[in-house]
Design a protein around this ligand. Structure first.
Ligand SMILES: C[S@@+](CC[C@H](N)C(=O)[O-])C[C@H]1O[C@@H](n2cnc3c(N)ncnc32)[C@H](O)[C@@H]1O
Length: 202
């Protein structure tokens, strides 16, 4: 099964209550984007198809909000979740490793996508995509499983990070601005440790 097929099957078979990453409100992401990435004018949320982040960013008044997800079903669920805000969001079905064009965005957000990239070439391709999308002075907010976090998610192996290791992956184009740790509670009450970095485009 390839990546798109894997995620399609997840969203086709699991309700929100069975998605370990599900959040009612993405509070940490919102806070980091608002406070540390200095109120961006355009945000792209990588792998945010089903997330509540995009409509929350619209509510914050961010003029341009783009969502990319490899799963069309995730996007369909996200559109429904976004309600009246859905038409103010640009939804793109695609793989972050293949896409290089996002229009005018100055903040790149990713919670729990980069950590699936266990292949170094794929990680380099991902960083190249972020570097091309974000202009100098813009930001990338990357949330990944911490070293004390789970070793797998959704049946897939993940790579775990601390702030230094995560920043080193992006060091060719971004510098570490801040980092933040969070224990996310799954819908069934299990804690998962995350590390977030706010990186500034050089
Ligand atoms: C673990 S979920 C996290 C969802 C969301 N970011 C959140 O925090 O609620 C990973 C998401 O990334 C999407 N995804 C996985 N690999 C991707 C890729 N290479 N390009 C774009 N989206 C991807 C999946 O379809 C899924 O929606």
């Amino acid at each position: 099964m390839n990546r798109a097929e894997h995620w399609e099957s997840v969203y086709a078979t699991k309700p929100d209550a069975e998605l370990s990453w599900y959040q009612q409100q993405p509070e940490v992401s919102l806070r980091l984007i608002r406070e540390l990435a200095s109120n961006p004018h355009g945000v792209v949320d990588i792998g945010g198809g089903q997330s509540a982040l995009a409509p929350a960013l619209v509510d914050l008044g961010i003029p341009r909000v783009v969502v990319l997800d490899v799963s069309p079903s995730a996007i369909r669920r996200g559109r429904e979740r976004a309600g009246a805000s859905a038409d103010r969001i640009e939804w793109i079905a695609g793989d972050v490793l293949r896409r290089r064009e996002y229009g005018d965005v100055d903040c790149w957000h990713d919670r729990a996508v980069f950590h699936f990239l266990t292949d170094a070439e794929e990680r380099a391709s991902y960083v190249d995509a972020a570097a091309r999308a974000i202009p100098t002075g813009g930001h990338a907010v990357i949330g990944a499983f911490a070293m004390s976090g789970p070793e797998r998610c959704s049946g897939l192996e993940v790579r775990r990070y601390d702030a230094g290791l995560l920043a080193s992956e992006f060091a060719g184009a971004f510098v570490l601005h801040r980092s933040f740790t969070e224990t996310h509670m799954t819908p069934w009450g299990k804690g998962q440790d995350f590390i977030y970095t706010v990186l500034e485009r050089r």
